[in-house]
Design a protein around this ligand. Structure first.
Ligand SMILES: Nc1ncnc2c1ncn2[C@@H]1O[C@H](COP(=O)(O)OP(=O)(O)OP(=O)(O)O)[C@@H](O)[C@H]1O
Ligand SMILES: [Mg+2]
Length: 178
């Protein structure tokens, strides 16, 4: 992992590494009994955002299907003492649809919000405590992690301390040479 003041990047060589990054986040959330965290999952179509949430939920012991919320807008989970709300706003044509759907209430409570395509909800979305940006790099993905609040800083510190065990993940802003 490469880190500066508030930006850590790592290379995820395959899907298993993305799942493991999600599992590491699960560990961090459990460790601090996280409540009300807002986590933006940023990156293009197919970047691996839903895969990361799948890894997170699996690690928490959720055995069911982890569906992409592309059509439902939100999927709700209560697992290992945590409330998790997984959103995907890709299909919004206008940011106002966020308010029309009454989704703002989810962001005011104790549940932890994981948001794909946050930019589609524009100004109506509260600021994120944590940002994860995924981008395609060679055959894998590059992950960039940063915090947006004090609560997020603490969680990121925890998350990073749980990442050491990701097989094949290398600290870099570029994929390793083949
Ligand atoms: N580190 C990785 N290396 C290679 N492939 C990966 C990696 N992580 C995830 N993938 C693959 O990327 C594909 C797309 O993943 P996913 O559906 O999670 O993307 P997404 O960011 O949620 O896309 P969308 O914006 O369409 O919802 C899946 O086939 C998954 O296996
Ligand atoms: Mg997705």
């Amino acid at each position: 992992m490469d880190s500066d003041d508030n930006a850590s990047t790592l290379f995820l060589p395959d899907e298993a590494a993305t799942l493991a990054l999600g599992a590491a986040l699960a560990q961090a959330l459990v460790r601090e009994s996280a409540q009300g965290l807002i986590i933006f999952l940023e990156g293009d179509l197919g970047a691996g955002k839903t895969t990361l949430v799948r890894g997170l939920l699996r690690a928490l012991g959720y055995a069911g299907t982890v569906k992409s919320p592309t059509y439902t807008l939100v999927e709700l989970y209560a697992v290992s003492g945590l409330n998790l709300y997984h959103f995907d706003f890709y299909r919004f044509d206008q940011a106002e649809e966020f308010l029309d759907a009454g989704l703002d209430e989810y962001f005011q409570g104790a549940g932890n919000c994981l948001v794909e395509w946050p930019e589609k909800a524009g100004v109506y979305l509260p600021p994120a405590d944590l940002h994860l940006r995924l981008s395609v790099a060679a055959d894998g993905r590059r992950a960039g992690l940063r915090y947006g609040s004090e609560k997020g800083r603490q969680c990121l510190t925890n998350w990073i301390s749980c990442i050491v065990s990701i097989p094949g993940a290398t600290p870099s802003s570029s994929p390793p040479p083949r």
